[in-house]
Design a binder for this molecule. Structure first.
Ligand SMILES: Cc1cc2nc3c(=O)[nH]c(=O)nc-3n(C[C@H](O)[C@H](O)[C@H](O)COP(=O)(O)OP(=O)(O)OC[C@H]3O[C@@H](n4cnc5c(N)ncnc54)[C@H](O)[C@@H]3O)c2cc1C
Length: 392
């Protein structure tokens, strides 16, 4: 059924904590009587973003999520709602009419009414699978970087691959002694520096148990292989010199590659997480994701139904609440539903007919069921987060 939807409500770029929170919020904006939106997430890697790399300290030593714990919680609803995950990298975004088209590296074109950009510090492929097995990252404080590099040299065989940015020159004094053993991969060449770099981006880490090589892509699109005994990811360099995650929508980015607000300058575009350039923190990323989801929900609701959604207790409205007040907008016989279930699991004929093309009256006549019966089915599936609406 989802294949028949001509335009998504929202494409979330990035499946880190910010993107996952935003996507789930669009499907479950409130507990009662709200209309879920049709959202899809795109990310070439497994869901989780940087959460896949070890434990996360939330505030202090008494509040730590061990590896995988927080991600498991975030993924529960993501899987429960079968939110589609397109495993591709977004390479370009175009404004098209009132909406957008997101283009992926393998030529997919996804039309959407809105976008949430939650692309963090950059693309993460299968690097976390090799964390502690030949993948090292800049973590702790700056004075620990030397210790991490020393650990890499002790545990792994050269050559060592450093994946960074133009700001990887900041750790040059630590790398200099290893210079003839390094392969340095950066999106841009570092000018006036003794660091010899290969321009490109990592696509996959290869190895059986421990890192043995990398597949990388040069700017001309060609794919290459490099034998390596370890991969060192310079997240400090990524954070200082943040590359744009895709082409297009240039005017929402600041010069430093970040976006300065959850509600972007361009209508229908929202941002969340590390891409906002505030101190990197998983809880802030999740909070941004929740807010981006709620703002985006309000935007989509206004776009589709020409009025504000009632989102108390998140967003109170100054309105009179009489005995007849209903949170769920009125469903009429010419309302057009769209089922958001996984197509393979949709067994019920009613949901098969909710394909964004038929209104409730047509569905009731195809099924030879009374309109009231059809309406109560429609309300049940809307309330449980599995039915969205094109028209009400
Ligand atoms: C070494 C290290 C240790 C940390 N420790 C802590 C800690 O203890 N406590 C804490 O609170 N925070 C910690 N953080 C910060 C925390 O992990 C981040 O703030 C948080 O993960 C940001 O979430 P995000 O969703 O914005 O981005 P990310 O987690 O980076 O996720 C972004 C996702 O977007 C995807 N993506 C990027 N570009 C594209 C594209 N063009 N198309 C499709 N997908 C794309 C990526 O593949 C990735 O999956 C740490 C960070 C680092 C680097």
């Amino acid at each position: 059924m989802q294949g028949k939807i001509s335009s998504r409500d929202c494409v979330v770029i990035g499946a880190g904590p910010a993107g996952l929170s935003a996507a789930v919020r669009l499907r479950f904006v409130k507990r009662f009587n709200k209309i879920p939106m049709d959202v899809v997430v795109i990310d070439p890697g497994d869901p989780g973003g940087l959460l896949r790399m070890g434990e996360r300290v939330i505030i202090g030593p008494s509040f730590i999520y061990r590896k995988g714990e927080l991600l498991e919680l975030l993924l529960k609803d993501f899987h429960y709602y079968n939110i589609p995950h397109i495993r591709e990298k977004a390479i370009s975004i175009k404004k098209e009419g009132k909406g957008f088209a997101v283009l992926t590296e393998n030529g997919k074109r996804i039309k959407t009414h809105s976008i949430i950009i939650a692309a963090g510090m950059g693309v993460i492929h299968n690097e976390p699978d090799y964390y502690s097995r030949g993948v090292y990252i800049t973590s702790g404080g700056y004075e620990f970087f030397k210790e991490i590099i020393d650990g890499m040299v002790k545990e792994s065989k050269p050559p060592y691959t450093i994946v960074g940015s133009v700001k990887t020159e900041n750790i040059l004094p630590l790398l200099e002694p290893l210079m003839d053993k390094l392969f340095i991969l950066t999106p841009e060449t570092i000018k006036d520096s003794p660091l010899k770099t290969e321009q490109g981006e990592i696509v996959k880490i290869l190895g059986d148990g421990w890192v043995q090589g990398i597949k990388y892509r040069k700017p001309d699109g060609s794919l290459h292989f490099k034998k390596t005994g370890a991969v060192f990811l310079d997240y400090n360099g990524f954070a200082i010199s943040r590359p744009r995650p895709f082409n297009g929508l240039e005017n929402i980015f600041e010069q430093n590659g970040y976006i300065n607000s959850i509600e972007c300058r361009l209508k229908g575009v929202f941002a969340a997480g590390d891409i906002l350039g505030h101190p990197a923190s998983v809880t802030i990323a999740m909070a941004d994701g929740i807010n981006a989801g709620l703002f985006c929900y309000s935007y989509l609701f206004r776009l589709k139904f020409k009025k504000d959604p009632v989102l108390y207790a998140y967003l109170p409205h100054d309105i009179i609440i009489d005995h007849n007040f209903k949170d769920l907008p009125k469903i009429k016989e010419d309302s057009i539903p769209v089922a958001l279930l996984n197509p393979k699991k949709d067994r019920e004929r009613f949901l098969v007919l909710c394909n964004g093309k038929r209104d409730l009256k047509e569905i009731s006549s195809v099924l030879s069921l009374k309109l009231d019966e059809i309406k109560s089915k429609a309300i049940k599936y809307t309330q449980t987060g599995f039915l969205s609406w094109i028209r009400l």
